[in-house]
Design a protein around this ligand. Structure first.
Ligand SMILES: [Zn+2]
Length: 510
């Protein structure tokens, strides 16, 4: 979660009516005589997937199955060169299609044939294949490129964080633009092979597992390889390059656990290890609430002191900024980012408007972890948070169910979002609530979801009409009233967990 480039600054004009929908085939248009044209000419793939907040994110006309990202990186200069091979299937006849990307493209080949390319908008590469692409065709798209990602700015911003000893490619909702060409929207998930050659002595961490150990290359270099075999949204693929102490282990369930700690952390190091080192335990506990852990590996990355100031639920291996360890260990952020493995990573937003499905749930996981740790019940945290945000505060004016493109990480999405889930739990009862959560992650596993679909599922399992509850808590400005019986006579006392939860949220939301 990070700074958001608002739609207003990145909007690209969508030229052809009907191209807003993913994979809309070239539609038969009526002729001047009123007869439809029988076979429409191949159309350009849409430059966006029609996301209501970020209309030009992602692209229409094809679906990616796999990215092979093969890079070479120079920490001293931030120079990145590479080749990304995209395996995709055309979902319509295509005259052109777009990739989302910012670095300099040297060449693109489609099924071996050289394509012509141009740029458009803030982050679009328009690819014109030498031969028309037909619906259903298997595409092997090879993009060769280079650039300095920290200098590739959009609206003055780069999602690539250069550090003293390397770099972090960790950002939301846009991250891939700075290191591999993609169909950059959670609607198009894929598997990944990611490898990076760096000077020997530098570590590279990414998603999933290492199919081979780091391999020596000529010129005193080492190539690190990582593989993700579960469907992964583009913003959840990541790189951490620098000086890291990598700790490997096996989880109680037999999965590889790979944690990495920046050597720059100094006195914060033990607190980072006392937090991220509990990942396997926390995932084991979360599996009992949310359903089977969806992925093939576990872990976490404690980023360097000059890296990111937030944390992100990068798939199989969240990345944490150093600020979480300022006050000692913080397991609440670990519970939060790992809850995202179910809520956000396996079940991703169908549109960014649905960000509550990610942040509300990951925040409520912290409340449940507090209960588990005996540091305050979810009810106690609800009471304290509800009273703490005065009814007149602007906090209550942001709608968690539709916060706006520039506010998807607003505290209301997190805290009022968690309050919403607590109200749902009170309304349906614990039995139904803890049936709804794993049912949601099972029904939408490796896919996408909307708030409306979640409400329908909760209504189906509980047998209740929950429209008033969802409307009041997610879609109405102002602090919702509590039932008279739920009002507390005395001001609630601060739960023991509150300091750590607030510390985490101050860094996560803004
Ligand atoms: Zn989060």
């Amino acid at each position: 979660m990070r700074r958001v480039l608002t739609a207003a600054t990145t909007a690209l004009t969508l030229t052809t009516a009907g191209t807003m929908l993913a994979g809309t085939p070239g539609q038969a248009a009526p002729t001047a005589w009123g007869r439809p044209v029988v076979s429409a000419a191949p159309q350009p793939g849409a430059p966006g997937l029609g996301d209501s907040y970020f209309p030009d994110y992602g692209n229409g006309g094809y679906d990616v199955g796999h990215y092979d990202v093969r890079l070479r990186y120079e920490p001293a200069t931030d120079r990145l060169t590479g080749t990304t091979t995209i395996l995709a299937t055309a979902t319509q006849d295509l005259s052109t299609f777009n990739l989302d990307f910012l670095l300099d493209v040297e060449s693109i080949r489609v099924n071996g044939w050289a394509a012509t390319t141009s740029t458009a908008g803030t982050h679009e590469v328009v690819v014109t294949p030498a031969r028309t692409v037909t619906k259903g065709q298997q595409l092997t798209i090879v993009v060769r490129y280079s650039g300095v990602p920290s200098e590739a700015l959009v609206d003055g911003y780069t999602g690539w964080t250069r550090t003293d000893d390397g770099a972090l490619a960790v950002n939301e909702p846009e991250s891939a633009w700075w290191w591999f060409p993609s169909n950059d929207h959670p609607l198009d998930k894929a598997t990944y092979d990611i490898s990076v050659s760096v000077p020997t002595g530098v570590e590279v961490i990414s998603n999933g597992v290492q199919p081979t150990p780091p391999l020596a290359e000529a010129g005193n270099r080492t190539r690190w390889s990582w593989r993700t075999t579960s469907p992964t949204a583009t913003y959840l693929a990541f790189l951490a390059i620098g000086q890291y102490d990598i700790v490997t282990d096996t989880s109680p369930g037999g999965q590889p656990v790979i944690n990495a700690y920046s050597t720059s952390l100094g006195a914060r190091g033990p607190a980072a290890r006392a937090s991220i080192g509990r990942t396997a335990e926390i995932l084991d506990w979360e599996s009992g609430l949310f359903g089977p852990y969806p992925f093939e590996a576990q872990g976490g990355v404690a980023g360097p002191v000059d890296g990111i100031g937030f944390a992100l639920e990068t798939q199989t291996r969240p990345v944490y900024g150093p600020g979480f360890w300022d006050g000692g260990a913080n397991t609440y952020v670990v519970a939060h980012e790992n809850a995202h493995q179910w809520f956000g990573d396996s079940v991703s937003v169908a549109e960014w408007r649905n960000i509550w499905l990610n942040e509300g749930f990951a925040s409520y996981a912290e409340w449940l972890w507090s209960e588990e740790q005996g540091e305050g019940t979810a009810q106690e945290i609800f009471d304290f948070a509800y009273a703490g945000y005065g009814a007149n505060q602007g906090f209550w004016q942001v709608l968690p169910g539709d916060p706006g493109a520039g506010r998807i990480f607003h505290p209301a999405v997190y805290d009022r979002g968690a309050m919403t889930l607590h109200q749902l739990r009170l309304a349906v009862g614990d039995d139904a609530f803890f049936e709804i959560l794993p049912a949601w992650t099972a029904e939408h596993r490796y896919g996408n979801g909307t708030i409306e679909q979640f409400q329908a599922l909760a209504e189906r399992i509980s047998g209740l009409d929950l429209d008033d509850l969802f409307t009041a808590w997610l879609f109405t400005a102002g602090r919702p009233e509590l039932a008279t019986t739920a009002r507390k006579a005395a001001p609630p006392t601060e739960p023991k967990s509150w300091d750590k939860i607030r510390e985490a949220h101050n860094l996560m939301s803004h």
